[in-house]
Design a protein around this ligand. Structure first.
Ligand code: C5P
Length: 401
């Protein structure tokens, strides 16, 4: 079955490049055809000869080699494969891919290809966690590039954390999953995600709102869509770009947000990441409230907004299998999050400490505790895109149970 499947394996720089040899061995044992492309940095760690010996194919490394061009043009090379795999994928090659650079053979092939691409990142933990790398990865994920790993563990640079290349067996499993029909783990599932603030009008020109960029909610919608889910993103007013492949419902008020969520049911998973305004005006003024010299400021009479998360969590008909909420707290984080989980009838709470000392509020990073019925998982401090990808992966795990 697998003889006809061809893999173009791009080996970029990094101490983990030696693991590419084991990957080639595993692929060849399953009769996949493997053609290797070695970047200049990759060649510092493994030799073309060892790649050639294991793949039993010529190894390509220079863009402007005339012999290679006459034997096989780089466009043809990138298209004759069924799948392009970058393992290890350094921070540098991910940046080139995200920017669309084509200044060597590997990056040119990646830009010229019309085939699926899988990357297996490997780098120092700080490089992995750097906002530039995370932003590049989010861009690539949204464009449909598949990602495996990295793993967490001790690194060659004596640091500990995420950044280790996935084990060759895990990369092989990801390759096989992609080659056997391209069915993604959340294909056939429907997810509803709320994101951003709500705006509650005071009068035609003024409103009440919470601060929210929509960054986390939009990243979650993108991560779920990248795993094959059909996603309805119910978003308050934000300036985030629309994640591709996601059906967006733009709303303004909490009541509109609730209505849009209910209309989008049934769903398999609901993620309430919006910062919904708790109150709205008891009676919205139909005309602009005038500022009269010498007069007392107007008293705003407020009324409670519906709690969208609690409504979906406790809905009688069509309750999603997984209802996930967020809890940003400044004190007694875990106790408050656990109480919120039960009082709102949701399955998981993504809790984060937003007390000023953490510097999380308004930042790009988040330190998460995932509170479930069985306990609490403490996640390391991660960028919001990475939080989204992890949460999406946890949702997959739950559906595979
Ligand atoms: O009660 P609190 O605002 O802390 O709860 C936060 C969680 O509840 C978030 O998931 C938020 O999206 C959701 N929420 C909601 N509707 C509200 C208030 C909060 O869906 N009116």
């Amino acid at each position: 079955m697998t003889e006809s499947k061809k893999i173009l394996l791009i080996v970029s720089g990094g101490i983990a490049a030696f693991k590419a040899l084991e990957l080639i061995r595993l692929l060849r044992a399953k009769d996949y055809g493997v053609t290797c492309v070695l970047t200049r940095a990759g060649a510092q760690f493994v030799t073309p000869l060892s790649l050639q010996a294991l793949s039993e194919q010529k190894v390509y490394s220079e863009l402007f080699s005339l012999t290679d061009e006459s034997e096989m043009g780089h466009i043809q090379l990138s298209r004759s494969a069924d799948l392009l795999v970058v393992a290890p994928a350094s921070a540098d090659i991910l940046a080139k891919m995200a920017a669309g650079l084509a200044d060597d053979l590997a990056s040119t092939l990646l830009l010229a290809t019309d085939k699926p691409v899988l990357v297996a990142p490997a780098m120092n933990v700080r490089m992995w966690q750097h906002p530039a790398t995370q932003a590049n990865l989010a861009t690539l994920t949204v464009r449909g590039v598949h990602v495996v790993g990295p793993d967490e563990g001790a690194m060659a640079c004596h640091e500990f954390g995420p950044g280790r290349l996935s084990e060759p067996q895990a990369i092989l499993a990801a390759i096989e999953a992609l080659l056997t029909g391209g069915k993604k783990p959340l294909t056939g599932r429907h997810a509803i995600v709320t994101s951003g603030p709500t705006h509650e009008p005071i009068d035609p020109v003024r409103y009440i709102a919470n601060r929210s960029s929509g960054k986390q909610g939009h990243a979650i919608a993108a991560a779920l869509a990248a795993l094959g889910a059909r996603v309805t993103l119910v978003s308050g007013p934000v300036s985030q770009p629309e994640p591709p492949g996601v059906a967006i419902r733009r709303v303004e008020t909490a009541r509109e947000m609730l209505q849009a969520c209910e209309a989008a049911l049934p769903a398999d998973v609901f993620v309430g990441a919006a910062a919904v305004a708790d109150w709205r005006m008891a009676a919205e003024a139909t005309e602009k409230i005038k500022k009269k010299p010498g007069a007392a400021p107007p008293a705003l009479t407020l009324t409670l907004n519906p709690d969208i998360l609690a409504t979906i969590g406790q809905i009688k008909k069509n309750r999603p299998r997984l209802v996930i909420g967020f809890a940003a707290e400044t004190d007694n984080l875990l106790a408050n999050a656990a109480a919120k989980r039960t009082s709102k009838g949701c399955d998981w709470i993504v809790a984060n400490d937003v007390s000023p000392a953490t510097g999380i509020m308004g930042g790009d990073e988040n330190a998460i505790h995932l509170v479930t019925a069985t306990g609490t998982e403490d996640w390391p401090r991660l960028h919001k895109e990475e939080v989204a990808r992890r949460l999406a992966a946890r949702i997959v795990e739950e559906f595979q149970k």
